[in-house]
Ligand binder design. Structure first.
Ligand code: UN1
Length: 514
């Protein structure tokens, strides 16, 4: 079945894809990385890695293509993106299934991810006619001032395994209408999705006569990643991954005074007020914490619940967790698939062990799941609900473990809850469930005294953002904004233009220089 899917997506004929792998290939020994099915622990296919020369050639091509692409009027660039979005529509189910096969999220979420790319393509098409600058009055007579937005250059896009299609989509669709060319370094854990995704964009661009706008370099961090972030030919590096990775990328790019768009870790919390719609809060919290097996940067990692309702709600939550069906991500009825690899299983187990040592109680899950048949080789865990000690002291919850662990804390006043929610180093997503609009407004307090995150939701969970808003977060999440709103500005350079349409020599600030 997997091979049929790869065939339909054109992967079996791709020169980079190795179908007659032995299973012993490694990047070091054979220059091949194996794409593994996390649900079985077995390889799906091998992928040939690009070397330093391929990186160099690709970068040179992207730089040359940029010089031509930027000349194409933006609405025409939008036409290319429109066709690409439609091409993804044609393969929505297959490409979504490939995401599920290679990354392990359930098929509905895999399809949802590709839909996110289609949505941002639609958004970018409209945006291609709205790359608007502003005018401002000049202080000098017979002068005008305005701002315009210009294409930026070739951009490097570095993506993580967990959204192997959509995060590239956010960047590439906006980058394309902005007049940039794209070189994508995908995670080596999900290279097949990257090939299938990029091939479609590249094919359509070529059909329209624009070669080299969308390129892919599949290589190791040492050979490709490090070269890319240090390379001055990329005025912008957009990187998604852990806070540690972002700190490194950010400092190297800053060292050459380039621009960075960072979308890093989250340690997202939901606050649940006693007057909230608890049914809604329950469903949203379960999806937020176990969806994608806890491997979204927006996953709900902490629940901060009012002490008066905590025991009842937690009992219901545990019950709901126990009905969540683990299994093959591609099978109907599965709600949670595997973690990506054994390293993630170990990180999950070790966080649980640390939580126990720190006085927490594991209420459900927290162990490797026993699966049968093919799935016995998969990286399945039972999602955990972990109650913090009454003191609310639980240092392990301050770290982002990329796995389905929900830490439960209690509070008595809303101020206290908001302070707890803001007490972590990351600042991506946050949510409150509340019946009173005062509580909701305090959470969204325009003075900044509420949630300190880039995303703040009322009566909805922390994950599952729509593409129309700017996506990203503060503090150690890196400060970048991708996707909707005015995120397109990150992919362009701003130019302030002033024109003197008179004959007088006039200096600003009234300076006289006779
Ligand atoms: C990510 O996990 O890197 O808001 C992105 C969400 C998705 C995007 C997640 N739309 O959960």
């Amino acid at each position: 079945m997997a091979n049929e899917l790869l065939k339909r997506l054109g992967l079996t004929n791709d020169p980079r894809v190795v179908m007659d792998f032995t299973g012993n290939e490694t990047p070091e020994t054979s220059g091949i990385v194996l794409s593994m099915n996390p649900a079985t622990g077995k390889p799906i296919a091998g992928v040939r890695l690009d070397d330093a020369k391929a990186y160099e050639d690709t970068t040179a091509r992207a730089a040359a293509a940029f010089k031509e692409w930027r000349k194409i009027p933006a609405p025409k660039r939008g036409e290319l993106v429109r066709r690409i979005g439609n091409a993804y529509r044609d393969v929505l189910e297959d490409l979504g299934s490939l995401v599920a096969l290679e990354m392990g999220k359930i098929k509905a979420e895999g399809i949802g991810e590709v839909q996110e790319t289609i949505d941002i393509a639609d958004f970018a098409v409209g945006q291609s006619r709205q790359l608007t600058g502003i005018t401002m009055p000049s202080e000098r007579p017979l002068h005008t001032m305005k701002e315009q937005w210009l294409p930026l250059g070739p951009m490097g896009i570095i993506t993580a395994f967990n959204f192997p299609n959509a995060v590239w989509g956010w960047n590439a669709m906006l980058g394309a209408i902005a007049g940039d060319t794209m070189v994508w370094k995908p995670s080596l854990i999900a290279p097949l999705t990257a090939i299938a995704t990029n091939t479609i964009a590249q094919r359509i661009a070529s059909e329209m006569g624009y070669e080299d706008i969308f390129q892919l370099v599949i290589g190791t961090d040492e050979v490709v990643g490090e070269s890319m972030i240090a390379d001055k030919r990329y005025p912008l590096i957009s990187a998604t991954g852990s806070c540690g990775m972002g700190r490194h990328v950010g400092s190297v790019v800053a060292g050459r005074l380039g621009k960075c768009l960072l979308e890093l870790g989250g340690n997202n919390a939901v606050i649940i007020e006693p007057d909230a719609n608890l049914d809604l809060a329950l469903k949203s919290t379960v999806f937020g914490s176990v969806g994608t097996c806890g491997q979204r940067c927006t996953s709900t990692r902490r629940m901060i619940i009012h002490e008066s309702i905590a025991d009842d709600f937690v009992a219901k939550l545990v019950k709901a967790y126990e009905t969540v069906r683990l299994g093959d991500p591609l099978a109907t009825g599965t709600l949670v698939g595997p973690l990506i690899n054994e390293q993630s299983v170990s990180a999950f187990e070790s966080a649980i062990a640390t939580a126990k040592k720190q006085g927490a109680t594991v209420l459900t899950g927290g162990v490797r799941a026993k699966m049968v048949g093919e799935l016995a080789g998969g990286h399945f865990v039972v999602p955990a609900v972990v109650r913090a000690p009454a003191s609310n002291e639980l240092p392990v919850a301050m770290d982002e473990t990329f796995a389905p662990i929900l830490y439960v804390f209690t509070y008595s006043t809303l101020e206290e809850a908001i302070e707890m929610q803001n007490s972590v180093v990351q600042g991506l997503s946050s949510a409150i469930f509340a019946g009173s609009s005062n509580a909701a407004h305090r959470f969204l307090d325009p003075s900044g005294a509420g949630s300190d995150c880039g995303l703040a939701y009322v009566n909805l969970g922390t994950s599952g953002a729509e593409i129309g808003g700017a996506f990203g977060g503060e503090k150690d999440t890196g400060g970048g904004r991708e996707s909707g709103s005015d995120s397109w500005k990150a992919y362009m350079r701003r130019q302030t233009c002033a024109t003197n349409f008179g004959d007088e020599f006039a200096l600003a600030q009234g300076i006289r220089f006779e």
